[in-house]
Design a protein around this ligand. Structure first.
Ligand SMILES: [Mn+2]
Length: 392
């Protein structure tokens, strides 16, 4: 018999699917949150048959379990831990531990891809194209490579994972991987995934108009309240407002704060660390502590949301030799234009500011960060130019 303890996200469940394909009825699979794994390990060591082969994937155990598992192994028990998180690298000191963050070709790994390699290596699974494709989608999703490759299939696989129960997902995927030459979504799945996409799009459009801007430790961020779709939202808001260093997502009900960035110059695990949280450079989180509440909720509650740049302009466009007009809540007008020596300068209500910028983007960032401006509509632009001509 085999027992698999795995994570309860797509990558963890990908491992469960592979294990069931390999071992059929010979494996029992349990999915865990990070917090519940050690309880399961304890239960296994105290109650399960000593001949059962224990596989742990996509998660690491705590020190106590680590020692118990090592004793179990030294006494002849079969255990294998496979993980791809940096924080688990010390398990490589054990014969039963294998933590690989990058493969030989320098690609980031996922637990599902590591388990597939492991099963192939030990001749425990029949290799197939469909399985390899599924494993690759999971890997790209889990490592965020899908973003860079714009791999929508990987993104949709994760969306489907959340739309159905884990049992349904396992069953559907196993049927498909066993019965077809390639991985695919069926018509029903495509339909519900399209509906889900539309829903997310509408949700994000609404949230785009609720973002408030704030500054902390010299970095600019946009704050939004949201209970759902944090990755998609973080991604879209970062793209819509590139002058912000990162996006703060507040889930008041869950008392959680999420931080997301798409920029290499900002590490949001540092931001979360200030409030006792942690995570990755591009995505992190912390509890809504009193400090975090003060910083992100209380102090920003009365701010007006950022306005989006005018999108249907024909005349007032960005980065033209003619200049671009911006506006803020105080009805100040800012004109950003290039000079002859190809520097960009700004006039605020017709008075030139002392700052000069080597690029349009730097000029615009300055405007948006310091004056919370947005690109004015054509109408405002035309009136502005008329006034300018009148004044000569
Ligand atoms: Mn993973």
């Amino acid at each position: 018999m085999y027992k698999l303890l795995s994570h309860n996200d797509l990558d963890g469940v990908g491992c469960g699917i592979l294990a069931k394909l390999a071992f059929g009825k010979q494996v029992k699979v349990r999915y865990n949150s990070i917090g519940s794994l050690d309880r399961e390990v304890k239960w296994f060591l105290e109650n399960d048959n000593k001949d059962t082969f224990l596989l742990i994937t996509d998660l690491s155990v705590n020190e106590e379990s680590e020692q118990k598992l090592d004793r179990f192994h030294r006494e002849g028990g079969n255990v294998q831990l496979l993980d791809h998180h940096k924080t688990g690298l010390h398990f490589n000191e054990y014969e039963w531990g294998s933590v690989i963050v990058e493969d030989e070709e320098g690609r980031l790994t996922a637990a599902t891809s590591l388990l597939y390699d492991y099963l192939l290596e030990h001749n425990l699974i029949e290799p197939s194209k469909a399985i390899a494709e599924f494993v690759e989608l999971v890997r790209q999703y889990d490592t965020w490579e899908w973003e860079r490759n714009d791999n929508q299939e990987a993104h949709r696989l994760n969306a489907l994972f959340f739309l159905v129960t884990i049992e349904e997902f396992e069953e559907k995927m196993m049927d498909r991987l066993l019965s077809s030459d390639h991985f695919y979504f069926d018509d029903f799945e495509k339909k519900i995934l399209d509906m889900e996409d539309n829903k997310i799009e509408r949700y994000i459009r609404r949230k785009r108009r609720q973002l408030v801007q704030t500054k902390m430790d010299g970095k600019f961020s946009g704050i939004v309240y949201a209970e759902m779709y944090h990755s998609e939202l973080g991604n879209e808001l970062n793209k819509e407002y590139p002058h912000l260093d990162y996006i703060v997502i507040l889930d008041i009900g869950a008392k959680r704060v999420g931080f997301r960035t798409i920029h290499d110059h900002t590490d949001v695990s540092e931001v979360a660390g200030k409030f006792g949280g942690g995570g990755h450079a591009k995505a992190s989180g912390c509890s809504l502590t009193e400090d975090a509440y003060k910083q992100f909720v209380a102090e920003t509650f009365n701010l007006e949301p950022l306005r989006e740049d005018a999108k249907r302009n024909r005349y007032n466009l960005k980065e033209t030799s003619f200049g671009s007009l911006y506006k803020n809540q105080m009805e100040d007008l800012f004109f950003l234009y290039p000079t002859n020596d190809s520097e960009w300068v700004i006039e605020r209500n017709n008075i030139k500011l002392s700052q000069k910028f080597p690029t349009f983007v730097e000029g615009e960032n300055f405007l948006k960060r310091n004056y919370t401006t947005w690109l004015a509509r054509d109408e405002t632009f035309v009136n502005y130019l008329k006034e300018k001509v009148k004044k000569g």
